[in-house]
Design a binder for this molecule. Structure first.
Ligand code: HEM
Length: 617
C-alpha cells in the first residue's frame, strides 16, 4: 500500500524516473528571434546508442540531469513561457488598444511578414506509447514542470497544445470562448450525446443552454436534497449489511450506483434502483459509459472503420445498449408528456411539479419539443455528466479521508453536531462547512474531468504565442490544481487551506487556478446540485460508519476515462460507528441562495449574453 501512496501523492517523482527522463528527452535546440525553442528528442531509452561503457553512461546521465536542471531553472525564471514582447507583438497590442479590428491588425502583420517574429511555443516530441501505460494526465504534469504553462505535445504528425497556465485557461474559457469549440470531445461523444449540451457548439449550444439551465432553479435543487438523503440511505443499508457480515466493500462501484440512482430520478424521474437490482437498463447505461470512456482514450477511432463497425461484437453490444436506453427514454418522455397534458399548467420561473420535480418535466412544461432528438441528447448528456463525475468525487474523497484520520475525525465531529441521525436538509448545507471544504479540496486534488478539451476555431493568441485555427487544446485542470506555483504543499490533502468563514472557492475568486466546474459561459450547470449531493452523501456515510482500506486490498492507482477511475477499485472495510450521534436543534429555514456563499441558483445572462447557472460570488 505504501508504494501506492507514493504513486498517488508524488506523481512528479514517479514520473521523473518513469516517464520524463526516458521517453521524452528535452534539449535546447535552437534560438529563434532571441528566444530559446525547446524540443524533445524521442529515443528508445533516452540515453543514446547501446554498447557504451558504464562510465560514458554515467557522464551522459549527469549531463542530462544538468540539462534538466538548467531547463527547469529557465522555466522558473520565465525564460520560455514569459517572453519579452517583440516589436511586432507590441505593435499588435497597441493597434488593438486603439480599437482597430483584430482581423485588420492580423492581416496587416501577416502581410508585412511580422508574424514570423512571434515566439514559438515550447515543444515536447515523443511516441504515443509513452503515454499509454499510465493515467496520461500524470505524464502531462511532469511535462508541465519542464515545459511550462503552455507547450506543444507532438506525436508524429499529430500535436496538442497543453495549457496549465491560469491566465491562458481564463482566456480560452471566459474571455474568448467563442473562438473555441469542443473539438475532439464532440467527435468522441457524438454516438451517445449527439448535439447535447456538453458537446454542442455555436447556436445549438446557446439555444439549449437557455432552455436547460432554468430547470435547475433553487426550488428544484432544494427538492433534490431529500432525494440525496433517501438514495444515500439505501447505500447505508447496504453498508450496514456488509458491516454485519464482516464483508469488505468495493466503494467505487457503489458510488457509481448511488449517483446513477440520483441522476436518473433528477433528470427524468426514473428509479434505476441500481444499488439493489441489476436490470438490463443499468447494464446498458454502463455499457455505453464504458464505450464513451474507451473512445476518449483510444489512439485511433476504431469505431469508424467501415467493416469493423458492422461486425465488432463490442460495437453491436453498444448499439443494442443505446437502443434500449433510447426506447426507455421515449417511454419516459411519453409518460411525462401525459402528466404535463393532464395538469393545470401554470408555468413560471420556479415551476416544479411536486410529484415529478425532474428536469424532463420542467422542459416539457416549458414547451420543449417531445419528439426531438435534441431533447434525448440533452437528457443523455445530463445523465452521463451528472453520474460519473459525482461518483468519482465520492470515490477519491473517501480514499483521501481514510489516509488522513485527523481530517476524518474533524469531519465526523462536524456531522455529529450538525446532523445527528437524520437526513440532511437544505438548512444543514450552510452548516456543513468543513464537509464542504473536504469536497472542495478533494475536487482540487482529483478534478473530474482532469482535462478540458477545446479546439481553436480561429487564429488567436495564447499568452504571447500565436496559434492557428484547428489546434487541439487540453487545459490540464490537474496541472492547474497541483501547480507548485499556485499552491502551498500542492499534493497535500488539506481542507484547512480554505478558511471556513471565507468564500466558497471557485474559478473566479481563485483566478482560474482552481476550476472544479470549469468557467465562463460553459461552466457546469450542475455545480450546486453536485456540491449538495456529495456533501450530503459524505455527511450521511461518515456519520454512521468508520472506513478503512481493506486488508490485502489491491493498490489504489489511477486510470483515465472521462473522469479519474481507480485501476482495481476502492476496497474498504466498513464498521458501524460506536459513538451515538448528537441530535442538534434545528434553526429556521434559510434560502438556498445564501448557502455556503455559493451563488444563488438562478438564470442569469452571462457575458456575451450566454446563460450560466450561477453568477460568480
Ligand atoms: C461533482 C460533480 C460534477 C463535476 C466535477 C462537474 C464538472 C464539470 C465541468 C468541469 C464542466 C465544464 C466542461 C468544459 O468546460 O469542457 C461541466 C460541464 C457540464 N456539466 Fe458538470 N460536473 C458535475 C456534475 C454535474 C451534474 C450533476 C450535472 C447535471 C445535472 C452536470 C451537467 C453538466 C453539463 C450539462 C455541462 C455542460 C455545460 C455547457 O457546456 O454548457 N454536471 N461539468
Amino acid at each position: 500500500m505504501a508504494a501506492n501512496l507514493h504513486y498517488l501523492h508524488f506523481p512528479d517523482q514517479i514520473l521523473q524516473t518513469k516517464f520524463q527522463s526516458k521517453q521524452f528527452k528535452p534539449v535546447i535546440r535552437s534560438k529563434t528571434n532571441g528566444h530559446c525553442v525547446v524540443s524533445c528528442l524521442s529515443s528508445s531509452n533516452g540515453r543514446g546508442p547501446g554498447g557504451l561503457d558504464d562510465g560514458v553512461k554515467s557522464v551522459e546521465k549527469l549531463l542530462e540531469e544538468k540539462r534538466r536542471v538548467d531547463l527547469s531553472a529557465g522555466i522558473a525564471s520565465g525564460k520560455f513561457t514569459v517572453k519579452k514582447l517583440s516589436f511586432p507583438l507590441q505593435l499588435r497590442n497597441n493597434l488593438l488598444k486603439l480599437g482597430i479590428p483584430k482581423v485588420v491588425v492580423e492581416s496587416l502583420l501577416k502581410w508585412t511578414g511580422s508574424l514570423e517574429d512571434y515566439p514559438r511555443i515550447p515543444e515536447a516530441k515523443g511516441s504515443i506509447s509513452a503515454l499509454q501505460n499510465e493515467a496520461f494526465f500524470l505524464a502531462l504534469y511532469e511535462l508541465y514542470l519542464t515545459y511550462g504553462g503552455i507547450f506543444r505535445l507532438t506525436f508524429g504528425p499529430k500535436s496538442f497544445l497543453i495549457v496549465s497556465d491560469p491566465s491562458i485557461a481564463k482566456h480560452i474559457l471566459k474571455d474568448n470562448p467563442k473562438a473555441f469549440s469542443k473539438g475532439i470531445l464532440a467527435e468522441i461523444l457524438d454516438f451517445v450525446m449527439g448535439k447535447g449540451l456538453i458537446p454542442a457548439d455555436g447556436e445549438i449550444w446557446r439555444r439549449r443552454r437557455r432552455a436547460v439551465v432554468p430547470a435547475l432553479h433553487q426550488k428544484f435543487v432544494s427538492a433534490m436534497i431529500s432525494l440525496f438523503g433517501e438514495s444515500t440511505d439505501r447505500l447505508c443499508k447496504k453498508l450496514d449489511d456488509a458491516a454485519s457480515d464482516g464483508e469488505d466493500v468495493e466503494m467505487e462501484s457503489l458510488f457509481s450506483r448511488l449517483t446513477l440512482d440520483i441522476i436518473g430520478k433528477a433528470v427524468f424521474n426514473y428509479d434505476f434502483d441500481s444499488l439493489k437490482v441489476d436490470t438490463g437498463i443499468v447494464e446498458a447505461v454502463y455499457t455505453v459509459l464504458r464505450e464513451a470512456e474507451d473512445r476518449s482514450v483510444a489512439p485511433i477511432p476504431f469505431w469508424e472503420i467501415p467493416i469493423w463497425k458492422d461486425i465488432s461484437p463490442k460495437l453491436k453490444k453498444v448499439n443494442a445498449a443505446l437502443k434500449l436506453i433510447n426506447d426507455t427514454l421515449d417511454d419516459l418522455i411519453a409518460i411525462c408528456k401525459r402528466m404535463v397534458d393532464e395538469e393545470e399548467l401554470n408555468f413560471h420561473e420556479e415551476y416544479m411539479n411536486e410529484q415529478d420535480p425532474s428536469i424532463l418535466h420542467f422542459l416539457l412544461a416549458s414547451g420543449d419539443d417531445v419528439s426531438s432528438k435534441q431533447l434525448r441528447d440533452d437528457l443523455m448528456t445530463m445523465l452521463i455528466a451528472g453520474h460519473e463525475t459525482s461518483a468519482a468525487v465520492l470515490t477519491w474523497t473517501f480514499y483521501l479521508l481514510v489516509k488522513e484520520p485527523s481530517v476524518m475525525s474533524k469531519l465526523q465531529n462536524e456531522v455529529d453536531s450538525v446532523l445527528g441521525d437524520r437526513f440532511p436538509t437544505i438548512e444543514d448545507m450552510k452548516k456543513l462547512k468543513y464537509t464542504t471544504r473536504v469536497i472542495n479540496e478533494s475536487l482540487r486534488l482529483y478534478p473530474q474531468p482532469p482535462v478540458l478539451i477545446r479546439r481553436s476555431m480561429e487564429d488567436d493568441l495564447l499568452g504571447d504565442y500565436p496559434i492557428k485555427r484547428g489546434e487541439d487544446i487540453f487545459i490540464s485542470v490537474w496541472n492547474l490544481h497541483r501547480s507548485p506555483n499556485h499552491w502551498e504543499d500542492p499534493d497535500k490533502f488539506n481542507p484547512e487551506r480554505w478558511p471556513l468563514d471565507g468564500p466558497n472557492p471557485n474559478e473566479t475568486n481563485q483566478n482560474f487556478s482552481y476550476l472544479p466546474f470549469g468557467g465562463g459561459p460553459r461552466k457546469c450547470i450542475g455545480d450546486m446540485f453536485a456540491t449538495f449531493e456529495t456533501v450530503g452523501a459524505v455527511a450521511m456515510l461518515v456519520r454512521r460508519f468508520d472506513f478503512q482500506m481493506a486488508l490485502g486490498a489491491p493498490p489504489v492507482e489511477m486510470t483515465t476515462g472521462a473522469t479519474i477511475h481507480t485501476t482495481k477499485g476502492l476496497n474498504m472495510t466498513v464498521t458501524r460507528r460506536r459513538r451515538p450521534p448528537i441530535i442538534p436543534t434545528l434553526e429556521p429555514t434559510v434560502q438556498v441562495g445564501s448557502l455556503l456563499n455559493i451563488p444563488e441558483v438562478k438564470t442569469v445572462l452571462g457575458q456575451n449574453d450566454e446563460v450560466s447557472s450561477a453568477s460568480p460570488s
